[in-house]
Design a protein around this ligand. Structure first.
Ligand code: IVH
Length: 680
């Protein structure tokens, strides 16, 4: 970026951040998520770090929080409120401890103890007491000056109006404590339901609800809101006890009658603390209120003082946060992936970003329509989401931070891998590369052909498939059966033993049941279930090849889309050549039809089976193969023509249907017994 555009960008970012600060702190009505806000601030900080000459005193990076609103009186905090630095995960937590250990003497390090507190996701409040009476309550504001919300805080039952509530603690002359006001989740949901029933504005989350409720001009409204409080810090105690540690301070607060979170813990063993933080993650979801992590504090106040602060944050405390499942990053480019069936899937190339504990570099964009609907452009700041094992996806664009340099994207006219023209079939959202010898498709197809559900060739995965295609060893799936050990031995990482194993696996694959071969061809819409249906109906590739669409749609479970796809596939010359090559290599092309099975090998002849649930020892595919091998048929729906329902654990609705129709129900044992009895 030129210096001029950097300056422009910085100005734009400041404007945006100020605007969102105002929405958040003054209007209580944020438009963007915390992650999005953080991304803006991060970008500004980075640009300012690279160009320190552009930092101005009024930059949003130069202060702690937002402007206090002039709806309330201003309250200057006796001690400025700092922020906390974050540690994501155990390693960053250990790094924090190592940093502080380097500053301290070895004796101090020896006796370091820590207090761990849940980090409540609410609104920070500062409570002032004079001779035991609650006299003033304030929000955090910008860290130096907050808003006077005394009248509202008086309505919160957890805020003591007079201390001590009970017991023998002497009231200090002056006391200032900090805590977090929050709304329990259940109360939040109930309140939102009531608000929406009255047609009033609802809140996005409990945090906003707590903030909105406390920053009301009418305390009666606050009083009607289910708010609560946990206190965690003694800011000032004149004429009272002087706790020397955080643990003592928490105890003092408790004795004075303040609500103190019972989940606070003290640790002397740092590794035990780390483990506690790790174990906390699943538990926090069960709490009745929202937390956004844990706060870890050095227990001893003298040591806290010695450690001091860096920038806005104390060195003696850190927030342990759990990786968020959403993050904001820049979309650097949009590229297209070519799948096994030739389907073209656009995906985002991202500036690497941590989401849910892993670094994400790519995210799916699904299809061209998705990109158009969300108006996703190259150069955009985007929100990336990752849920569990699911592929990360771009969920939305931060349009408000656009600079005008973003570029619209269009699906390329040709396959990015083979350069052949692409097509978009009518009624589909996806584009396809229909070139059967497109190398990208070939890699995916070979991988799929060899996969567990198809020809089950151990030792042949994506890496090997890509290597074989790249080295020109295979041009179609049939070439796999023509590989020679000498060729493989020349490849990096292929030692004698590994080559032998792979050759054996390929040899074994020649004799798979027909359904697996059909699956492995990679015909669009033909997965292992459809392949099984086809195999049971036709018994051979040759019969299937001759099938017409009209004929195929007669088969239960085969619709017009599948039928057309099958006929199209077999009508292509290149595909027929592959079939002939497979045949010539000795790959099995047919199952034995029941009528040609030897006597005694067809105990299940003429019988139709349906399978539901999980069987103890056989996979769905194995049971099907077992039944077919013994002359039976397997269909997917229970009807009057079904002879047996084979039931495993957690059966589906098929079980009820079979009971209604009076279809005999057997388990895996029963199925095996049918075969054995008949062959005896
Ligand atoms: S101690 C010097 N303890 O988290 C830091 N803060 O970024 C003093 N918070 O808005 C903060 N629970 O109000 C501390 N147990 C806890 C907390 C806690 C929530 C909030 C705090 C502030 C933010 C710190």
């Amino acid at each position: 970026m030129s210096d001029e555009s950097v300056a422009k960008r910085i100005a734009r970012l400041r404007e945006l951040i100020n605007y969102h600060n105002y929405r958040y702190y003054v209007l209580d009505s944020p438009e963007i998520s915390d992650a999005e806000y953080d991304a803006l601030l991060r970008e500004l900080r980075q640009l300012e770090a690279e160009h320190p000459e552009l930092i101005t005193p009024d930059s949003p990076t130069q202060r702690v929080g937002g402007e206090p609103s002039d709806r309330f009186e201003r309250v200057e905090h006796p001690v400025p409120m700092l922020s906390l630095s974050n540690a994501f995960g155990p390693d960053e937590l250990r790094a924090w401890r190592n940093r502080i250990a380097r500053i301290l003497s070895s004796e101090a390090v020896e006796k370091l103890a820590y207090v761990v507190e849940p980090k409540i996701d609410g609104l920070t409040v500062v409570l002032h007491y004079q001779d035991g009476l609650f006299v003033l309550g304030a929000t955090r504001g910008d860290g130096y000056v907050g808003e006077d919300i005394t009248a509202n805080l008086r309505t919160v039952p957890a805020v003591p109006l007079r201390i001590p509530i009970a017991g023998d603690a002497r009231p200090p002359r002056r006391l200032v404590v900090r805590g977090e006001a929050y709304m329990p989740r259940v109360a939040f949901e109930r309140m939102n339901a009531e608000l929406s029933a009255r047609g009033e504005r609802t809140f996005a989350n409990p945090r906003n609800a707590a903030a909105g409720s406390l920053r009301q001009l009418d305390p009666k409204v606050t009083a009607s809101r289910p708010l609560s409080l946990w206190t965690y810090q003694v800011v000032l105690a004149e004429g009272g006890e002087t706790p020397r540690t955080q643990w003592e301070a928490l105890d003092y607060l408790r004795r004075l009658g303040f609500p103190v979170n019972p989940l606070n813990r003290r640790f002397e063993d740092f590794e035990a603390l780390v483990q506690y933080c790790i174990d906390w993650e699943p538990k926090r979801k069960e709490l009745p209120y929202d937390t956004d992590g844990l706060v870890i504090k050095v227990d001893d106040f003298a040591i806290q003082e010695q450690l001091g602060t860096v920038g806005n944050a104390p060195r003696w405390a850190i927030a342990y946060k759990y990786p968020s499942e959403e993050a904001v990053t820049r979309l650097l480019d949009i590229q297209v992936n070519v799948g096994r069936t030739g389907v073209l899937t656009p995906y985002a190339v991202l500036e690497p970003v941590r989401v849910g504990g892993v670094t994400v570099r790519n995210a799916t964009l699904h299809n061209e329509d998705y990109i158009r609907e969300k108006d996703i452009r190259i150069g955009d700041m985007v929100v990336v989401q990752r849920a569990g094992e699911v592929i990360p996806q771009v969920v939305r664009v931060l349009k408000e931070v656009r600079t005008g340099d973003e570029r619209k994207w269009h699906m390329p006219k040709r396959c990015p891998v083979c350069g052949e023209p692409i097509v978009r079939p009518e009624g589909e959202v996806a584009y396809y590369c229909v070139n059967a010898s497109c190398p990208a498709q070939l890699v995916r197809l070979v991988e799929y052909f060899a996969s567990r559900n198809a020809m089950d060739i151990a030792g042949l995965g994506e890496k090997q498939a890509a290597l074989f295609v790249e080295k020109g060893l295979i041009h179609d799936i049939a070439d796999l059966f023509y590989l020679k050990p000498e060729q493989l031995l020349e490849l990096e990482g292929f030692k004698e033993k590994r080559v032998q194993n792979l050759m054996n696996a390929i040899e074994a694959a020649k004799n798979r049941p027909l359904a697996r071969l059909i699956t492995g061809l990679g015909i669009k819409f033909v997965g292992s279930t459809v392949a099984e249906t086809l195999a049971q109906h036709y018994y051979s590739i040759d019969a299937l090849m001759r099938a017409t669409e009209e004929e195929l749609v007669q088969i239960e479970g085969i619709g017009p889309k599948i039928a057309k796809s099958i006929v199209d596939w077999f009508s292509r010359e290149s595909n027929r050549r592959v079939i002939e090559k497979l045949r010539a290599a000795g790959v099995r092309m047919a199952d034995v039809a029941p009528e040609t099975l030897e006597e005694g090998k067809r105990p299940l002849e003429g019988k139709t089976f349906v399978i539901t649930g999980t069987l103890p020892t056989m996979s769905r595919q194995e049971v099907t193969e077992f039944i077919v091998r013994h002359g039976g048929r397997v269909t997917n729906t229970v009807s009057r023509r079904t002879d047996y329902l084979v039931v495993g654990a957690s059966p589906g609705s098929k079980l009820r249907r079979a009971q209604e129709l009076g279809v005999p129900i057997i388990d895996e044992e029963g199925l095996k017994a049918l075969v054995n009895e008949a062959s005896e």
